[in-house]
Design a protein around this ligand. Sequence first.
Ligand SMILES: [Zn+2]
Length: 150
Amino acid sequence: MDRYTRVMKTDPLVKEFDYNIEYIHSYAQDSKFFTSLGMGILLGSECKKCNYRYGTYRKYCMFCGSETDDINLPLTGKIHSFTTCYYSGENFINETPYTLILVEFEGIDSLFMSRLVNKENKNVYIGMPVRAKFRRLQKFDVNDVYFVPA
Ligand SMILES: [Zn+2]
């Protein structure tokens, strides 16, 4: 396999080259969260002991260590906070700037981080109603769900 290599500077020597690896990642106990996204279900968790309700899926309570039960999160919520990202990793490099949001769900004690896709260019504000949408071609990552203005 030929690899692309380009010398950018000679003193000090700096070169650019492509770098690809096969990466195997296990979602382990979080697998159900990711597979559920393909069915249009956003899973959260509820602690069996202290009843804390998580907007971000987890199998064990961070307060008491007890195992949690799965709960279906509502597909609508409101923006708790947001930020605009002008730089990005590879996944969103063509979409910058984009908006990251923390979603607040009624009856849920913690927040869920996601992206706001705002094709209508509505002004984003704290408290803005949003609803979940799911990517049609599931890639089994956290970007299989995103939010739009409700
Ligand atoms: Zn607990």
